[in-house]
Design a protein around this ligand. Structure first.
Ligand SMILES: NC(=O)c1ccc[n+]([C@@H]2O[C@H](COP(=O)([O-])OP(=O)(O)OC[C@H]3O[C@@H](n4cnc5c(N)ncnc54)[C@H](OP(=O)(O)O)[C@@H]3O)[C@@H](O)[C@H]2O)c1
Length: 332
């Protein structure tokens, strides 16, 4: 089997973690990496044993021996760089949050579709076996009718160390970095909400520090989603239904187990052992789509990525958090 040849665009924190899992993936190889600074790219390449490194993103996307580009830069860059790669004819895997807002996401998706190129948000949670299993449980009616979901993902960030989290120009804020996970989980298990009510707080730089979202559904179901960049939490999630509940054990976006409670009793579904940093299932999905000529993953659909960003746009609007890219959307 010929390995899929990846190009890594951006040499930051997540690029190193994902790159390490790519190295271990039997169906993949890393062909090249690019950073804004060629020396940093070369150092990154040296650490991961990558044969080629570039000091410009354009050189990477034009490398004929790269099959797919992994966009690992900050949210504010994803739109421009995904378009750069797609216009060079390259399929893309774009880190979460896919773009700053839904308008940017629609543009990237339209470009990928027009060129018939694979495109996926790197929402690794959706490829996790237990997340897929909980969606199957719901579809099979094991919990009866789903009534609600509570999900939280919060972590204390520090302004001096985690600069991008507090910088509006980098798409900072809790919602895009953390809230995107529980909102995606709500989307997966409950669907598109009819109403979104957001409350929370903003920091001195104008980004959202804490956000609590009430998602309402026409049939009475509810989703409660919480995220904060200034508090610690166990990353908890609980799904309730008329005939049972599911508690996510460990972190909600990559649980170690699911406790399923129904009238038949309680059972625990355990996750397979974690490989590396846990990106193996996401990598396998990209490999499989590319080998099969599938341009949109049925497990992480682009319409869901756009829909989740619409919720985040709405929540940010209610909290008074605006990025420059939102001004462009207003002018449309
Ligand atoms: N899936 C996950 O579990 C996970 C975990 C953490 C983060 N993420 C996502 O991954 C992305 C990167 O996060 P990170 O933690 O890796 O951030 P990071 O360590 O700060 O790295 C971000 C990279 O962005 C690049 N960049 C390009 N233009 C930039 C600009 N104008 N200003 C700042 N940086 C710029 C830099 O690339 P150069 O190397 O070229 O300078 C830098 O290496 C974010 O979208 C984040 O949400 C995902």
């Amino acid at each position: 089997m010929t390995p899929i040849r990846w190009g890594i665009l951006g040499a930051g924190g997540i690029a190193a973690k994902f790159g390490s899992d790519l190295r271990a993936a039997p169906g993949s190889t890393i062909a090249a990496v690019a950073a804004r600074d060629g020396r940093r790219a070369a150092a990154f390449a040296g650490r991961l044993g990558i044969p080629r490194s570039y000091g410009s993103y354009r050189e990477l996307v034009e490398d004929e021996d790269v099959d797919v580009v992994y966009i690992a830069t900050t949210h504010a860059q994803h739109h421009e760089q995904a378009l750069l790669a797609l216009r060079a004819g390259k399929p893309v895997l774009v880190e979460k949050a896919f773009t700053l807002n839904a308008r940017q996401a629609r543009e990237v998706v339209a470009e990928a579709r027009a060129r018939r190129l694979f495109c996926m948000e790197a929402m690794w949670m959706r490829l996790h076996p237990l997340i897929r299993q909980v969606a199957d449980l719901v579809r099979a009616g094991e919990l009866g009718e789903v009534v609600g979901l509570r999900a939280d993902l919060s972590k204390t960030f520090h302004p001096d160390r985690d600069v991008r989290l507090f910088d509006p120009a980098a798409g900072g804020g809790a919602l895009l970095d953390l809230g995107v996970y529980p909102v995606t989980l709500a989307w997966l298990l409950l669907g598109r909400p009819a109403t979104v009510q957001a409350t929370g707080s903003r920091g001195s730089t104008g980004v959202d520090l804490t956000a609590a979202l009430q998602l309402g559904y026409a049939d009475g179901r509810v989703g409660q989603v919480y995220c904060s960049a200034i508090s610690e939490s166990p990353y908890a999630a609980l799904l309730t239904g008329t005939a049972g509940w599911v508690r996510f054990e460990g972190r909600m976006h990559h649980p170690t187990a699911l406790t399923v409670h129904t009238a038949a009793g309680e059972r625990v579904l355990s996750a397979p052992p974690v490989q590396g940093n846990g990106f193996n299932w996401e990598i396998a999905e990209v490999e499989s789509c590319l080998r099969d000529g599938v341009t949109e993953s049925p497990l992480a659909p682009l319409e869901d990525t756009i829909g989740v960003l619409e919720i985040l746009d709405d929540a940010r609007r209610q909290l008074g958090v605006r990025y420059d890219a939102d001004e462009d959307a207003d002018r449309d």
